[in-house]
Ligand binder design. Structure first.
Ligand code: NIG
Ligand code: FE
Length: 413
């Protein structure tokens, strides 16, 4: 078993015992940091000791020990990405150019592009081919500093293809050194043949897909794209109730383009998170108060589609914790790099570097069922850990947007 000792760390961030499971309001602007610190890891990333260099009393056992001098570098918990669509067949830069020329994301979808375009491409790949392209992405995602990853299905839209995606995610879970959570998003769009027969597709989801998912234990969460021209609030509720019956907790797409009451409805179905929220109304904010549902903003999507950034500052005023995630997917967010998302959150949502970092670590871990084990550095925790390059300060990371400042990530052996 390999042990690692990191010394002379400029700042050891998000570190301590008894850290909260969720952080909101004024507290979100605080981060526990030990300056001039050391950190000892066992078996890849299990924390066995940490503290200030002045308190370090030497190493007893130097066998199998890698010593890293982190002078000028920060060490922090890896980011948690609680919302991605990492399993897809190929990129959609053609639509990107169409949007530059004036079409909107919704125009493209109404013409049969968008999600249906991705479903067509995915249908032609074998499970192995889909696994290989997706696993390559997961490796790049980890190298960018992400230490826990949620992945949705949703580019299948048929029984066979949705199950193919979920089986690929299961294989990623087995092979990857980080925690992976699987979300069933069969209700991502209506396939062309069910355009006029919504109940036909919903019956297929409930009566054919969900029973196989239960049988093969293919998912942790259930998602629905609740939006105009996609799934209505009533349709979402029916699907979430069927998912809950086999133990899948709701985790949904709501309020991306419109306010339809999806936030309150998802909370009533005990959703662990409500994601997107570019269009966040006062009624939604009131519904979120005093719940454990984690609102999740996706600033990469807002940036790429040129739609509003969610009003996270209102949630801070209301003392409501929230998380940030990438939404990595080929249509609305071709960016998985959470350092970039951190920058966008600071620049466009006016979050402080500390507020955004809490949203990308402790709160993001909570949004994917890893609260208490990920997104922090505590004794015994096995959250992956990141070592930065030499940087002048912690806030230099979101400030220096576009630069890769992650030197190394430590994951389980
Ligand atoms: O979260 N909005 C729904 N789903 C994805 C985008 C899907 C796509 O365009 O391929 C999202 O933005
Ligand atoms: Fe999404």
């Amino acid at each position: 078993m390999k042990n690692i000792f990191i010394k002379n760390i400029k700042g050891l961030v998000q570190v301590g015992e008894g850290l909260p499971l969720r952080i909101g309001g004024a507290k979100a602007n605080e981060l526990p940091v030990i300056e001039d610190a050391f950190l000892a890891l066992e078996g890849g990333c299990k924390v066995v000791a940490y503290g200030g260099m002045k308190d370090w009393d030497g190493i007893d056992d130097w066998r199998d020990l890698e010593v890293i001098d982190a002078e000028g570098c920060y060490v922090m918990p890896a980011f948690c990405d609680s919302h991605t669509h990492t399993v897809f067949a190929k990129s959609r830069e053609g639509e990107f150019v169409d949007r530059i020329k004036g079409l909107s994301y919704e125009d493209i979808a109404l013409k049969g592009g968008g999600i249906l375009n991705s479903a067509k491409a995915l249908a032609s790949l074998t499970e192995n081919e889909l696994f290989n392209v997706s696993y390559e992405r997961v490796e790049k995602i980890i190298q960018s500093g992400t230490g826990a990853l949620e992945i949705k299905s949703g580019y299948g839209l048929s029984v066979e293809a949705e199950l193919k995606i979920l089986r690929v995610i299961k294989r990623i879970k087995e092979k990857s050194p980080i925690s992976i959570k699987a979300t069933f998003l069969g209700a991502h769009a209506f396939p062309a043949k069910y355009k006029e027969d919504h109940n036909g597709y919903i019956d297929e989801i409930i009566n054919t897909m969900i029973p196989v998912i239960a049988e093969e234990k293919l998912a942790d969460y259930i998602d629905v794209f609740c939006e105009r021209n996609y799934f209505s609030v009533d349709e979402m509720e029916r699907i979430l109730i069927a998912g809950k019956a086999i133990g899948l907790k709701p985790k949904v797409h709501v309020n991306q383009f419109s306010k339809m009451g999806g936030v309150a409805a998802a909370i009533a179905c005990e959703a662990i998170s409500v994601d997107h929220l570019e269009e966040l109304g006062e009624a939604d904010i009131q519904a979120l108060k005093n719940t454990t549902c984690m609102p999740t903003f996706l600033p990469g999507c807002s940036h790429f589609l040129g739609i509003p950034f969610g009003n996270a500052r209102r949630l801070i005023e209301e003392n409501i914790p929230f998380s940030l995630a990438s939404d990595y997917n080929p249509g609305s967010t071709p960016c998985y790099n959470l350092s970039q998302i951190w920058s966008l959150a600071c620049i466009k949502m006016k979050l402080t570097p500390e507020e955004a970092f809490n949203a990308l670590t402790i709160n993001a871990a909570f949004a994917m069922g890893l609260g208490g084990s990920h997104g922090k550095i505590s004794l015994g925790s096995e959250s992956p850990i990141v070592l930065t390059k030499k940087i002048p300060s912690f806030e230099y990371i979101p400030y220096s947007f576009g630069e890769n400042l992650i030197q190394r990530i430590f994951t389980k052996e």
